[in-house]
Design a protein around this ligand. Sequence first.
Ligand code: ADP
Length: 499
Amino acid sequence: MAYVLALDQGTTSSRAILFDQEGNIAGVAQHEFPQIFPQPGWAEHNPVDILTSQLSAAVDVLGKVSATPRDVAALGITNQRETAIVWDRATGKPVSNAIVWQDRRTAPMCARLRDEGVEDTVRAKTGLLLDPYFSATKIAWMLENIDGVRARAERGELAFGTVDSWLIWNLTEGKRHVTDRTNASRTLLYNIVEDRWDKDLLRIFGIPASLMPEVVWSSEEVGRVTAALGPWDVPIAGIAGDQQSALFGQLCTKPGDAKCTYGTGCFLLENIGAKFRLSQQRLVTTLACSTQKRLEYALEGSIFIGGAVVQWLRDKMRFFPYAPVVESIAGGVPDAGGVVFVPAFTGLGAPHWDPYASGMIIGIGRDTGIGHIARAAIESIAFQVADVLKAMDADTGIKCTELRVDGGAAANDLLMQFQADLLGIRVNRPGILESTAQGAAYLAGLATGFWTSVEEIAKTRSERLFEAKPERAEMDRRYRRWKAAVERAKGWNQPDAQV
Ligand code: ADP
């Protein structure tokens, strides 16, 4: 059989990608679906939109390469994480829209639980923080606020799942209610030390255990597609949350291996091996994919504004018409001319966690032009990544020696070279930047014998290396100025700020 099919169910679109034996992309289809924002701070998806956009993308990509399901050896699923769906086991009907990871409606519930002093327990068991981002309070909200849902849940009539779980339940016509460990580890309900749904956590959040799916490994056959529309009879053999899938897609399978995905935001993950470790640097600990059926952990840090700073220059400042043009504009000046750009448009994420930090451009003078600001914007992406990677180094006590990169903004050579120079380590960019989908394909292909080992896959990959300039002094000075600028941006939007 010629292909492995990866379904990449993202926040704004569902994509289906066929990978061939060489790990190359044979075809891509992408179907967008509606975003629903009922109130400020709320974000929802219709679960049926998620399903139909994903199934139609799968059919579409097969059509594009004139393949049938018989040409597909296995199916891998990667998905937007944390987004919560609850549905009726008998009818398959969702009880409400999916509550998306971005949704902040449960912030008061998180604050109340923090006041009750449960955060340390939650952290020790899950590696996460009490934040609306994760699934548990979203499920609790449905149980509290949608008529009859708690009673139905207590009677065992309902099922909960993250998006992987919802897709597989539908692809198998309700035969399989499963999720993998990487997705489970984002719910706030899975004990990642003891490897099970945690009774204490289920009690803390008031969630009946009967809702929870069976937890499987990221790389194993869990069932076959029987749904009429789609890749019929293909084995479902890979599942991973998007960031863990990208970590695996970059073959970061050994402790110390790290990747950064440069998309709208930036996500850094580092494999830390088989030992659970809590971050002292305000990062989260999460489960990574394993093909060995054993627990493997990763540290994770997320940056809210990465490539989005380039979108802002394009759409709001109108500096250029297309994102890739930023490279020639920024490359038109020898340096940022002393300008430092802190793109804290929505506060700062890891490792600063300051919701009140403000966006800021400082160091402007009479000579400052759009080239300098564009360059400072590109550099701000790299500075933020350096903040997170340095926090990871402090946590692990080991200096990471190579950063693997992917995502749309990783195509920018200027950014990649600056990243390498700033970190003083090598940046490794694979030929294919679609690591998220590729990870799901690798997981499914390895489980079904399409590929026999990670080593075999490694041989199929091409890469471009960006080596760090040897002299450090200038970069160290620049990094100190960045840190000073960040301090000035922090707290600016605090409601009781004196200014
Ligand atoms: P996402 O999956 O989050 O939508 P992508 O991986 O598709 O993101 O990357 C798109 C982001 O990368 C956008 O924010 C865009 O502004 C940015 N981007 C695209 N090309 C470049 C480039 N050459 N240089 C810098 N940023 C870029």
